[in-house]
Ligand binder design. Structure first.
Ligand code: CMP
Length: 147
């Protein structure tokens, strides 16, 4: 069955002008881009998006990084979209990606474990939650989350 996943080009990827190259890789891999929207994360939305990492030592830096500039959120559709997008982006650590998955997006455009250029939902539950958070709330709800 066709699945949806939440992909995101993080601030390092947007500011590094990698958006068009990444969209080409997305389409060449057979995904349909069902929706896209630039999103400059507020601290509140960033903390909610990354809630599962809230106890990790890197969490404060992660929130600061993700709020540092605009990100591009995309809804991708295809069979096995969730697993296939995770494969295409490669491991979290961009250096490891370069060693082990040199064709992955993080190998090509990522900097390190934090500035790793792209995000992908890691499960169906996460995809549903992340798409709802970034695409399905009305503007009023978003505004109130940003204050
Ligand atoms: P992602 O897999 O999209 O979601 C969690 C993010 O936390 C991850 O990408 C990185 O941006 C960040 N992250 C994960 N591990 C580390 C780490 N060891 N140091 C800094 N940031 C990290």
């Amino acid at each position: 069955a066709v699945e949806r996943t939440l992909a995101m080009v993080k601030p390092d990827g947007v500011s590094g002008s990698h958006v068009e190259a990444i969209k080409t890789l997305i389409r060449d891999a057979g995904f349909t881009i069902a929706a896209e929207r630039y999103w400059h994360f507020s601290e509140a939305v960033a903390k909610e998006f990354y809630a599962e990492h809230s106890e990790r030592g890197f969490f404060p830096n992660l929130v600061e990084f993700i709020c540092s500039g605009p990100s591009l959120a995309l809804i991708l559709e295809k069979e096995h979209a969730i697993a296939d997008w995770r494969l295409l982006i490669g491991p979290t650590d961009s250096s490891r990606a370069r060693e082990e998955f040199p064709k992955s997006i993080r190998a090509k455009f990522g900097v390190d474990s934090q500035k790793n250029c792209v995000h992908g939902s890691d499960s169906r539950q996460a995809a549903i939650r992340e798409i709802a958070l970034l695409f399905e709330q009305d503007q009023t709800a978003k505004k109130s989350m940003q204050h």
